[in-house]
Design a binder for this molecule. Structure first.
Ligand code: PLP
Length: 365
């Protein structure tokens, strides 16, 4: 049997270590996972209630069109129902966009580094990925525009960017969109937009209303705290959403995910509370890093990318031995680790462990 040429060389996704794995391997009882940008405050209580009620309908297929959830999100964002599509995480929206729009030989433009799924799914479709280096950890929109040509189908902008946490400002984005050719789709991955408090940031909704080639991706996995349920959505022009719907699997999101997401979107008090706690957490961590003379990129999501001054893998392992799971292994940043902002108690434990870890790595050098 011969797989597709475009698939043969693809790596299998390597998740970060799970809490149970680390406990077992290192014989620790307390683990703090700051590796996957999950919400340290869990999720809305209403979401849990909604799932418990939905358990009675377990044997019945979900509503493939997610109509009730569509109504709730359309009302929350003040967009048309026809502008929304739901997926098994925004990961699935990325997959569906690539499936619907990319053919072999097409090009996409992304930042180097950014979220890996844009390139991964482009490769499956046989498309070519043009990677444009970040400038000071942020998207270089001028250079990305210069990389656009007749073959370009999609430009992906992750805002805030994973893994660096930087944003592109509203002005930069306006200028970029005004100059991008109409045949190019611009996808703004806004997985962390609900966390942003910087006044220079504006989410993509206004651009989606004004330009038919702009799509925004959102998720319930991050600030909404529903990562295990796999539900996210796209917002775009009705024609684009129709096209993506043409490749969508009939029942791609579950009853439980839809019910929980609907309840979660109606509990904005929980979201506001998480946003405030996260902003305070960022401030605390940044102060501590400054005290330790560590440089970090401006953090706008629920994570921070810090230059540890030594091999990131070594510091990652030294933190792991102290029960703190972070994320290293970013090819362009061999001395940076990405750390999710946790609860205040978790952040304090992380800072203490990082001080010890850096001391250990320094001594063994
Ligand atoms: C977490 C994340 C996603 C996708 O999350 P889902 O769980 O698939 O919704 C998409 N983009 C970025 C940048 C992310 O960090």
């Amino acid at each position: 049997m011969q797989p597709k040429n475009s698939v043969v060389h693809l790596p299998v996704y390597q998740p970060g270590k799970s809490v149970d794995e680390v406990k077992r391997e290192l014989g620790l009882d307390r683990i703090i996972k700051l590796a996957s940008n999950e919400n340290p405050f869990g999720s809305s209580k209403q979401a849990k209630q909604a799932i418990l009620q939905e358990v009675n309908n377990m044997s019945i297929y979900p509503d493939g069109a997610a109509q009730a959830l569509t109504d709730a999100v359309a009302a929350h964002l003040d967009v048309e129902r026809k502008q929304l599509i739901f997926g098994a995480g925004s990961d699935e929206i990325i997959l569906m966009i690539c499936r619907a729009y990319l053919v072999p030989g097409d090009e996409i433009v992304i930042a180097d580094q950014t979220f890996p799924q844009y390139k991964h799914n482009a490769e499956i479709e046989g498309a070519v990925t043009i990677e444009v280096p970040l400038k000071d950890g942020a998207h270089d929109l001028d250079a990305m525009l210069a990389a656009v040509n007749d073959r370009t189908k999609i430009v992906w902008i992750c805002n805030p960017n994973n893994p660096t946490g930087t944003i592109v400002s509203a002005d930069e984005l306006d200028q970029f969109i005004a100059r991008i050719p109409a045949h190019v789709m611009v996808v703004l991955d806004e997985a962390y937009c609900e966390y942003v408090t910087d006044p220079n940031f504006r989410d993509a909704l206004e651009l989606v209303r004004r330009y038919s080639n702009v799509v925004s991706l959102r998720t319930f996995s991050k600030i909404y705290g529903l990562a295990s349920l796999r539900i996210g959505y796209g917002i775009g022009h009705p024609d684009v959403i129709h096209t993506i719907n043409q490749v969508r699997e009939p029942f791609n999101t579950t009853r439980f995910a839809q019910a929980a997401a609907l309840a979660a979107v109606q509990d904005q008090a929980f979201i506001e509370d998480c946003r405030q706690k996260n902003a305070a957490g960022i401030q605390y961590v940044q102060q501590q890093f400054a005290r330790m003379n560590l440089d970090s990129f401006p953090a706008h999501g629920n994570f921070i990318m810090v230059d540890v001054g030594f091999s990131a893998i070594e510091v990652f392992n030294a933190l792991l031995r102290r029960g703190i799971i972070t994320r290293a292994g970013h090819s362009k940043y061999p001395q940076h680790i990405r750390i999710t902002i946790g609860s205040q108690e978790e952040n304090e434990a992380m800072v203490q462990a990082l001080e010890e870890a850096l001391e250990e790595v320094k001594v063994t050098k």
